[in-house]
Design a binder for this molecule. Structure first.
Ligand SMILES: [Zn+2]
Length: 327
């Protein structure tokens, strides 16, 4: 049986509600999908102990692995519990499932990169949808829209239990119309056709499709966190640089908090050295030793900065590298 999740969005609310197996998880907008895309598969492979079946229930147990757990954990469990397979075969099958996940990640992050991370200031629902369809066509990937139902019926509209279709007359419908107008008057601020909809996703592809459409609808953007390098949807423009995940440098604080506490020193030092080298290279345009040295330094420093932003190296290490390479 396919795993089914229900995703619910609420007007004006940045969180979304994911329901799976009668359990609900309230998570920041699009976060679960983006966590799935940014998950480290290599790390996962080493964490699976195929000889220890009892450990299986803990597979993908981190909050950030919710989507992987829902759509892929059962399949991995099935392979591991298959007594006809040797350990080597089990390993091969698991590797294959992880490869499928990794391919999905690459595909989604490529599409997101094309739709959000290129310089493009013309943002509208139609244009974003256009770009999405364009890149999906380029990549030979077809979008799969999930089924949906409106949730406004749950509390506010009483069901006419005794009503038989054959008995409905024009008068009944007129009564309904009066009831509808009254309903609309008392609920006009909360009822919105684009919101309060429950999407039923049977695959990670359906989830991807609906998250993308919702991001476009709300004119949100997907950005890459300057600290951990993972994708996120900022709630407000002002927090557009860093995400709210635990920072890789210090698990007890978010990337946003970690970044705010960092001395600005290393970034300023980088800018200072960059300016100095750039001015010198411009002044000595014909001196290939200087211009080549600058180009080489730029390539290296870009990598170091990316490592620093991703948390691979610390501010101290980056600073040391900058000083050591400032000739
Ligand atoms: Zn981050």
């Amino acid at each position: 049986m396919k795993p089914i999740i229900k995703v619910e969005f609420t007007k004006f609310i940045y969180d979304e509600k994911i329901t799976y197996n009668k359990r609900s998880y309230t998570v920041p907008f699009a976060n679960s999908l983006l966590d799935f895309i940014c998950m480290n598969i290599k790390e996962l492979l080493t964490s699976i102990d195929i000889t220890n079946i009892s450990q299986l229930d803990n597979l993908f147990n981190k909050d950030s692995m919710l989507i992987a757990k829902i759509f892929y954990a059962d399949e991995i469990k099935r392979q591991l519990q298959n007594s006809d397979l040797s350990n080597t075969d089990k390993n091969k099958r698991i590797k294959k499932i992880l490869d499928i996940i990794e391919n999905k990640q690459k595909l989604f992050s490529t599409i997101i990169h094309f739709c959000f991370l290129l310089n493009d200031d013309k943002y509208s629902y139609e244009r974003q949808l256009d770009k999405l369809i364009f890149i999906c066509n380029k990549l030979g990937y077809s979008l799969e829209q999930p089924r949906y139902s409106y949730s406004i019926t749950t509390n506010n509209i009483p069901l006419s239990t005794n009503l038989k279709l054959d008995n409905i007359t024009e008068t009944t419908l007129n009564e309904f119309d009066k009831e509808y107008l009254k309903f609309k008057q008392t609920n006009h601020s909360t009822v919105n056709h684009y919101e309060n909809i429950i999407y039923t996703c049977e695959s990670v592809d359906e989830l991807f499709c609906i998250e993308m459409l919702k991001i476009f609808e709300r004119k949100y953007k997907v950005l890459r966190c300057k600290n951990c390098g993972k994708l996120f949807v900022p709630a407000r423009k002002s927090d557009a640089l860093y995400c709210d995940r635990n920072s890789p440098q210090n698990e007890t604080m978010s990337c946003k908090r970690f970044a705010s506490q960092q001395p600005q020193g290393v970034s300023q030092l980088y800018k200072k050295i960059y300016m100095k080298k750039s001015v010198r290279a411009k002044r000595h345009k014909d001196d290939f030793t200087i211009t080549n040295e600058f180009e080489k330094w730029k390539t290296q420093v870009d990598k170091k900065r990316a490592d620093y932003n991703k948390g691979v190296i610390t501010a101290d290490e980056f600073e040391k590298w900058l000083l050591d390479n400032d000739k």
